[in-house]
Write a protein that binds this ligand. Structure first.
Ligand SMILES: [Zn+2]
Ligand SMILES: [Zn+2]
Length: 294
């Protein structure tokens, strides 16, 4: 009889944590240079991916899917700025006949399909999206949310140019909330996010700017580590991960702001590429580092 290892809890892996544009600069490689992509997996259930930034290429290379078996993956899009979709043309499962990709977003399904087709049109990319061999299913996440396996997924309205959708994901053994890309300051939206984030084990938050930088970039659609800590305190989350790091943020500068952020909310970390967090019974939001494969 075949032995199948049952993996407990909810696992979150960070494949891309950089905002706006990828960077390969040596002084930033500790955090990582790929743009947003997070893998969320509950027990042995099919993988759920949040955003398809350049980190999706690396995730795809590490996917351990048995040959000749069908595979199903869900991708939740926050929005369609390049840093959140550019990994999709380089995701091997897009071109696999045995793959089904369930593609979720906050926009109507035709708009989602047309937008994803758009980035692979001539002359931007040699292979048209429609010609890729996988089966694609398009889903608009309604306000009441949806179920993906044992996970319940709730959309969270964010304040960002052209709009963006965050997601609260509840599993039987832990919950996370993804708040990127978002600019703080609109009270009604901030209040709703605080409510949606309430009591979550882990919050991933847009900390693109420092409080000193922010005034010059008001209206660009991003927030700061200080606002992240305020929201974490207000919503009573278990742990805060600073995310969507500016492409100009060096590893050294990030460590300095992390130290400041921990004064405001002690359970704060920098989201880093190849970082994995397990929310398992009895562990809470414990971090397990390492190269485990989704
Ligand atoms: Zn972004
Ligand atoms: Zn954006």
């Amino acid at each position: 009889m075949e032995h199948v290892e049952v993996r407990p809890g909810l696992r979150i892996q960070f494949w891309g944590v950089r905002g706006s544009t990828p960077t390969a600069d040596e002084d930033k490689i500790g955090i990582g240079g790929n743009t947003p992509c997070i893998a969320v997996q509950y027990a042995n259930e099919p993988l759920v991916i949040i955003d398809a930034g350049t980190g999706l290429r690396c995730l795809g290379q590490h996917l351990n899917t048995p040959e000749h078996e069908s595979v199903r993956v869900s991708i939740l899009f926050s929005h369609f700025h390049w840093d959140h979709i550019q990994g999709l043309p380089f995701f091997p499962l897009l071109y696999s006949e045995r793959a089904q990709l369930d593609l979720y977003s906050g926009v109507p399904v035709d708009a989602l399909r047309e937008t994803l087709e758009g980035q692979m049109k001539e002359p931007y990319f040699p292979v048209p999206f429609a010609a890729a061999q996988s089966r694609r299913v398009y889903i608009q996440v309604q306000a009441q949310g949806c179920e993906i396996g044992s996970l319940s997924v709730l959309p969270v309205k964010l304040n960002h140019p052209s709009g963006a959708t965050g997601y609260r994901i509840n599993s039987p053994e832990g919950s996370i909330i993804y708040v990127s890309d978002h600019e703080h300051g609109r009270t009604e939206i901030d209040d709703r996010i605080a409510n949606d984030a309430s009591g979550s084990d882990l919050m991933v938050y847009d900390a693109h700017f420092t409080p000193d930088e922010y005034p010059q970039f008001k209206g660009w659609g991003h927030s700061t580590w200080l606002e992240a800590t305020k929201l974490a305190n207000r919503a009573g989350v278990g742990r805060l991960l600073l995310f969507h790091h500016s492409p100009s943020r060096t590893d050294t500068a990030a460590q300095l702001l992390l130290a400041q952020a921990r004064h405001e909310f002690s359970s704060t970390d920098l989201a880093r590429e190849n970082h994995e967090i397990s929310l398992a019974p009895g562990i809470g939001a414990g971090a397990s580092e390492g190269a485990s494969i989704v």
